[in-house]
Design a protein around this ligand. Sequence first.
Ligand code: CMX
Length: 438
Amino acid sequence: MSNLKTKFAEKALPLAVEIRNFVKENGDVILGNCTVEDVYHGQKGIIGLLTETSLLDSNEGIRFRGYTIPELRELLPKVPGGTEPLPEGLFYLMLIGELPTYEDVLDIQANWAARANVPAHVFAALDAMPITTHPMTQFAIAINALQTDSVFAKAYKEGINKKDYWDYTYEDVCTLLARIPIVAAYIYRRTYKNNDHIASDPKLDWAANFAHMLGYDQNEFYKLMRLYLVIHADHEGGNVSAHTTHLVGSTLADPYLSFAASMNGLAGPLHGLANQEVVRWIKDMQQEIGEDPNEEQIASYIQQTLTNGKVVPGYGHAVLRKTDPRFTAQQEFAKTYMPDDKLVNIVWKIYKVAPPILENTGKIKNPWPNVDAHSGALLLHYGFAEYEFYTVLFGVSRALGVMASLLWDRALGLPLERPKSVTYEWLKATVASKKANV
Ligand code: CMX
């Protein structure tokens, strides 16, 4: 058994017993109430899910196993002489709950490198798709095609004991994480670079190797990719990609099927696709107003977007009520490496101008930027201009968090998810009877 797998088993299996006893003793403690509005407004804020890997505070932002993003940037292992944390280390932290050493990270890198052989039929499935297919559609198809190697699905078919589910899930999760950067890079190079593919370099870390396969071999871009893959990895359990992984996984669909489903959710413009939409929106604005719009012009373009009944991409959030610390981390990166970049400066001007306008609508609960408001400008700085691909980068990162959570789901033996739904007739009757009894 690998180092990480042994540590995970030592951590998770006794905790599963402890939690079963906790639920037995405290199962009837009431945590919150559900209102008619909750039913119609996307269940925001209803406590109904368990996710161990991270926790989101509306004002402070995300903490991964208790650590904020600035803390992760400081404390997670880096390559020798490096400045940004390694995503493999974040995966360790999410899985085990403790900070890894650099040796722990090297152990993960070696383990994943040994699994990184993508079957030929996955590339053939991608090659069968029209070149104009959106990269996220290609990505979901490739993940489903990878599923033929699922050891969980094979073992389930042969008949396994429930207590061993986590073991086969672990194997699938690590193989999936080892292979998705390769298929993502393949999609990028086939779609935008004439099928001129670049072989993986297993001597590089997971993020740098991904950047290398995409065709961006500058050291500074490696740094950006490490930061990018860390900050997009997890955002507790209720966001659409995390929740979908958990929901589909709760049927005992294997990790590949669960993750492919979640990527279809990430591909929605109110979720991960917002990173491409931000760049598209800025480009449209530049076309209409000019290359370097001033604050007044940006304000009137935002107003026009709202008047046309469209969202301002990159702004707002279902949970956050302050500037997303993932935005701030990217802004700090930009201040260090590209303070004079034109597009980055437009992003900063929008940050100055947009919040009061959004706040003045009186209905937008969070007028502040989210993670997607900044990421495109950083990529464009290095010449990574194909913005329809950006959500795939988000997806590769998100795999770390949702796969770590799925593994915990299996170790804890979490059951099928099946919330109750009701009809309008039911709601009217229930409200009437409650009012009559007051
Ligand atoms: N621009 C315009 N209108 C917005 C808005 C924005 N950025 N954010 C919210 N609103 C609107 C909503 O559409 C809603 O309008 P209606 O009442 O007419 O339906 C109203 O304000 C209230 O919405 P809310 O409670 O503040 O926000 P929600 O929790 O419903 O939605 C989100 C959250 C992110 C979908 C929304 O803020 C939005 O559409 N933002 C732009 C898209 C975006 O950046 N998504 C990425 C989120 C991060 C991620 O998952 O990657």
